[in-house]
Design a protein around this ligand. Structure first.
Ligand code: PEP
Ligand code: MG
Length: 581
C-alpha cells in the first residue's frame, strides 16, 4: 500500500478503480479475437502506421517552415520508430500467435521495447523513450479512431487520475461514472477544484507525482476531506474507509434535514446562505440542499465544450430557465469571466505570461463589446421572468463599472426599441476580488447595489500567490491578517453606503470561518450547494454577539496560523455546545 498526501479540494470519500486520464493518454482494452479476424487486425495495424507516418510528416513540415529544419529533425526519431522492422514484425507475430486485439498487442510490444531502452547506458538513447511513447500514443489514437479522449467517454465507475484537469474537462465529467479524482498539480481554489465541489465529487489536487505512482485499475481510496490517497490499500484500511464512507453519507444526510430552516443566528440575525453554480443542471442540487437563491452563477461555462459561441436567444432561454426554477429566490448572474484558468477555443485569446493578471473577465468583455452586449441583452430579457441581479467580475476601478454600465444602457435601449420586456430596476453589483477595488470600496459602493467578495482571487492577488500552483499552496492563507483586514473594510464600506456585502469565494464555504465572517458583518454566504446545510448548521448554533467578539479577537492576531488556531478552537466549542443540547 502506498499513501500520498495532497491538497484536499472537495470533501467525501471514494473507493474504486483508477483510470489514468491524460489528454494524450489512451486507455487500451484487452480483447480476444477470432483467428479469422487476424488479417483484419493486421490491415488495421498497417493503415494506422501509414496514417501516423503521414501525420508526423505533416507536423515535421509545418515545424520546419515555422521554426527551422533543425527543430523538425526531432521527428526523425518518431519516424524511425514507425519504420522499425523489429516492432512491426513482433506485433504481427503476436497477433497471429496470441489472438488479441491489435491495440493490446502493439502496446505490449512497445512496452518491451521501452524496457530495452531503459537498460541502455547511453543517455541519448534512453531519452528516446519519450519519442517512442509519443508515437505509441499517436498510433493507438489512430487505431482506435479517437481524436482526443474526454471524460464524458468514461463508461464505468472510476477514480480519475490526471496530471491536470482543465475546468472544461471537469465540466464534462459524468458524476455517475467519475466517483472522484486526483491530480498532480493544482490548488484548492483552482476552477477544477471548484467544479468538483459543485459536482459533489471527492477530489485531491497538488499530489505532485500521483500519475507516476498509480496504474490503470489500481484500487484507490481517496479522502477528499483530509487529502490522503491510498494506493492498493490493505484489508484493514479498506474496511476502515468503507465504514468512514458510510458515516460520511449519513452525516451529509443528517445535515440535509436542516434545509428548510431559516439561516439565522441564535440571537436572530438573518444572514443569507445562497449557492454557487457553474451549470444550470446544478439547480436541482441547489434547491434540494435548501439554498436561499444563487449568489453566483459562473456563466463562462455556458461558453465552453461546444462548437461556436452561444447566441442571445440560447443564453436568454438558459438564464430564464434558471431564474424561473430558483423563484421565489433570486439569482446573481455574473457576466463572462474568461481567462485565468478558463479558456475558450472559439475566442482568439493570445497566450499570456501571467493569465491571471492578464486579459481576463470584465477586461475581455469590455474589449469585445458586441459579445458582451449579447450576454447583457440575454440577461436583461431573462430578468422579465424572475428575480435576476447582474454582477461584473474583476473590477479594479470605477471606470470599468462606468464602461460596463454604458454597454448595459445600450443593451437596454436595444430592447426598448424592440419592445422587449425586462426588469427596469435590475440591480447591478460587482465582485470585489482585486485589492485596489477593496481599498476603494467606499468609492465603488456609491455606484452599485451590492458587493460580492471573491476571496479566491482576492487572496491570490493580495498575497501574490497563484491560486493554481501547488508549490506555494502553503502561502495561500484565507486566515492571513491582511485578508481579514481587507474583508472588514469592504463590509464596512458597503454598510456605510447602505448596500449589502456577500462572499462567493471558497472561503465562505469553510465552516471554521463562518463565525468570523458573521462577526465581520457579512450579509450573505454563497457556497457550493452541498455545503449549504453545514453553513446553516454553524450559523444556527452561534450568536451574533459572540461572533463579533471572535472577529475582534481575530483581528488582534499577527499571523494566519494564530487565527486558524483561534477559529478551530471556537468551532470545536460550538460543536461540543451543540452536542450537549
Ligand atoms: C473568486 O475569485 O473568489 C470567485 C468567486 O470567482 P472565480 O473563482 O470564478 O474566479
Ligand atoms: Mg474570481
Amino acid at each position: 500500500m502506498i499513501i500520498l498526501k495532497g491538497i484536499p479540494a472537495s470533501p467525501g470519500i471514494s473507493i474504486g478503480k483508477a483510470f489514468l486520464f491524460d489528454s494524450q493518454e489512451v486507455s487500451v482494452i484487452k480483447k480476444k479475437i477470432s483467428k479469422e479476424s487476424i488479417p483484419k487486425e493486421i490491415s488495421r495495424f498497417e493503415e494506422a502506421l501509414i496514417k501516423t507516418r503521414s501525420e508526423i510528416l505533416k507536423i515535421q513540415d509545418n515545424i520546419s517552415r515555422e521554426m527551422g529544419v533543425e527543430h523538425a529533425e526531432i521527428f526523425n526519431a518518431h519516424l524511425l520508430v514507425l519504420e522499425d522492422r523489429m516492432i512491426i514484425d513482433e506485433v504481427i507475430k503476436h497477433l497471429k500467435k496470441d489472438c488479441y486485439n491489435v491495440e493490446y498487442v502493439f502496446t505490449n510490444v512497445l512496452k518491451k521495447y521501452i524496457v530495452v531502452f531503459q537498460k541502455m547506458d547511453d543517455e541519448y538513447l534512453r531519452e528516446r523513450i519519450s519519442d517512442i511513447e509519443d508515437v505509441g500514443k499517436r498510433m493507438l489514437r489512430n487505431l482506435m479512431g479517437i481524436k482526443r479522449q474526454t471524460l464524458a467517454d468514461i463508461k464505468e465507475k472510476v477514480i480519475v487520475v490526471a496530471y491536470d484537469l482543465s475546468p472544461s474537462d471537469t465540466a464534462t465529467m459524468h458524476k455517475k461514472n467519475v466517483t472522484g479524482f486526483v491530480t498532480d498539480i493544482g490548488g484548492k481554489t483552482s476552477h477544477t477544484a471548484i467544479m468538483a465541489k459543485s459536482l459533489e465529487i471527492p477530489a485531491i489536487v497538488g499530489l505532485e507525482t500521483v500519475t507516476k505512482k498509480i496504474r490503470n485499475d489500481d484500487i484507490l481510496i481517496i479522502d477528499g476531506t483530509s487529502g490522503f490517497v491510498y494506493i492498493n490499500p490493505d484489508k484493514k484500511t479498506l474496511l476502515k474507509y468503507q465504514t468512514e464512507k458510510r458515516k460520511y453519507t449519513r452525516f451529509t444526510k443528517d445535515l440535509e434535514d436542516l434545509k428548510d430552516l431559516p439561516s439565522e443566528t441564535l440571537d436572530g440575525r438573518k444572514v443569507g446562505v445562497a449557492a454557487n453554480i457553474e451549470l444550470p443542471e446544478e439547480i436541482t442540487s441547489v434547491i434540494s440542499h435548501g439554498a436561499e437563491g444563487i449568489g453566483l452563477y459562473r456563466t463562462e461555462y455556458f461558453y465552453m465544450n461546444r462548437n461556436g459561441l452561444p447566441d442571445e436567444e440560447e443564453q436568454y432561454k438558459a438564464y430564464r430557465d434558471v431564474a424561473e426554477k430558483i423563484a421565489p429566490h433570486s439569482v446573481i448572474i455574473r457576466t463572462l469571466d474568461l481567462g485565468g484558468d478558463k479558456f475558450l477555443s472559439q475566442l482568439e485569446v493570445p497566450k499570456e505570461m501571467n493569465p491571471f493578471l492578464g486579459w481576463r473577465a470584465i477586461r475581455l468583455s469590455l474589449a469585445k463589446p458586441d459579445l458582451f452586449k449579447i450576454q447583457l441583452r440575454a440577461i436583461l430579457r431573462a430578468s422579465a421572468h424572475g428575480k435576476i441581479r447582474i454582477m461584473y467580475p474583476m473590477i479594479s476601478g470605477l471606470e470599468e463599472i462606468e464602461a460596463a454600465n454604458r454597454l448595459l444602457y445600450d443593451a437596454k435601449e436595444d430592447l426598448r426599441r424592440k419592445n422587449m420586456p425586462f426588469d427596469k430596476n435590475i440591480e447591478v453589483g460587482i465582485m470585489i476580488e482585486i485589492p485596489s477595488a477593496a481599498l476603494i470600496a467606499d468609492i465603488l459602493a456609491k455606484k452599485v447595489s451590492f458587493f460580492s467578495i471573491g476571496t479566491n482571487d482576492l487572496i491570490q492577488y493580495s498575497l501574490a500567490v497563484d491560486r493554481v500552483n501547488e508549490k506555494i499552496a502553503y502561502l495561500y492563507e484565507p486566515a492571513h491578517p491582511g485578508v481579514l483586514r481587507l474583508i472588514r473594510s469592504i463590509v464596512e464600506a458597503a454598510h456605510k453606503n447602505n448596500i449589502w456585502a456577500g462572499m462567493c469565494g471558497e472561503m465562505a464555504g469553510e465552516v471554521a470561518f463562518v463565525p468570523l465572517l458573521v462577526g465581520l458583518g457579512l450579509d450573505e454566504f454563497s457556497v457550493p450547494a452541498a455545503t449549504v446545510p453545514q453553513i446553516k448548521k454553524i450559523m444556527r448554533s452561534l450568536t451574533y454577539k459572540d461572533a463579533k467578539k471572535l472577529a475582534e479577537k481575530a483581528l488582534q492576531l499577527s499571523t494566519g496560523k494564530e487565527v486558524e488556531v483561534l477559529l478551530a478552537d471556537n468551532l470545536r466549542d460550538l460543536i461540543q455546545g451543540q452536542d450537549k443540547q
